[in-house]
Design a protein around this ligand. Structure first.
Ligand code: PNS
Length: 156
C-alpha cells in the first residue's frame, strides 16, 4: 500500500488544495491531509482544529485528515508514509518547495511528488483569499463553500 501525505498550513483550505487532494487519491492508495501547526499557539486566522474540521467537511471519507506540530519527517516515519504530495503553481512555488523537499529527503529519505496546479486555480492562495475577505471582497469560487462561510464569519 502506498501511503501519501499532503502537508500544509491550509489556513484555510482553497479549491486549489482540494483539487490536489482529489488527484492524489487517484495516484495513492492512502492519502492523509496533514495540517501542520501547534494548536496551543494560534498563529493563523483559523485554529489548527478549525482548519482540520473545514478540511473534513469538504473532503470525502477516502481522505484522512490529521494535524502535527513537530517535524514532518517524524510524522511520516511514525506512520510509514512513503511520499509527500504538494501542488506547484509557479516557479515561485518551486523555489520555496525545492529546499524543503531536499531537506525532508536528507532527513528521512522521503520523496516529494509535485502535482501541477489546475490552471483554473493557479492564482489562488490562502493568503490572498484572506486579504480579499478581510476587506469584504467576494471569495466565492476560490474557496469551498463552507470555507467561504467560515471566513466571512471571521471577518464579520
Ligand atoms: O502551507 P505551506 O507553507 O506550503 O506548508 C509548509 C509546511 C507546513 C509543509 C512546512 O513548513 C513543514 O513541513 N512544517 C513542519 C515542520 C518541518 O518539518 N519543517 C522542516 C521542513 S523541511
Amino acid at each position: 500500500m502506498t501511503k501519501a501525505v499532503c502537508p500544509g498550513s491550509f489556513d484555510p483550505v482553497t479549491l486549489g488544495h482540494l483539487d490536489i487532494f482529489n488527484r492524489a487519491t487517484e495516484l495513492f492508495d492512502d492519502v492523509t491531509i496533514l495540517v501542520t501547526g501547534n494548536p496551543q499557539k494560534n498563529s493563523g486566522l483559523f485554529t489548527v482544529e478549525e482548519r482540520v474540521e473545514l478540511i473534513r467537511e469538504v473532503t470525502d471519507t477516502r481522505i484522512k485528515v490529521d494535524w502535527w506540530s513537530g517535524l514532518l519527517v517524524d510524522y511520516t516515519k511514525a506512520h510509514d508514509v512513503s511520499t509527500l504530495v504538494k501542488g506547484l503553481r509557479s516557479s515561485l512555488d518551486y523555489e520555496y518547495e525545492l529546499p524543503m523537499a531536499q531537506m525532508n529527503r536528507h532527513l528521512s529519505g522521503i520523496d516529494t511528488v509535485f502535482l501541477l496546479t489546475n490552471e483554473k486555480y493557479g492564482y489562488i492562495s490562502s493568503s490572498l483569499c484572506k486579504e480579499v475577505a478581510k476587506y469584504g471582497g467576494d471569495v466565492s469560487g476560490l474557496l469551498p463553500d463552507p470555507v467561504v462561510a467560515a471566513i466571512k464569519e471571521k471577518f464579520a
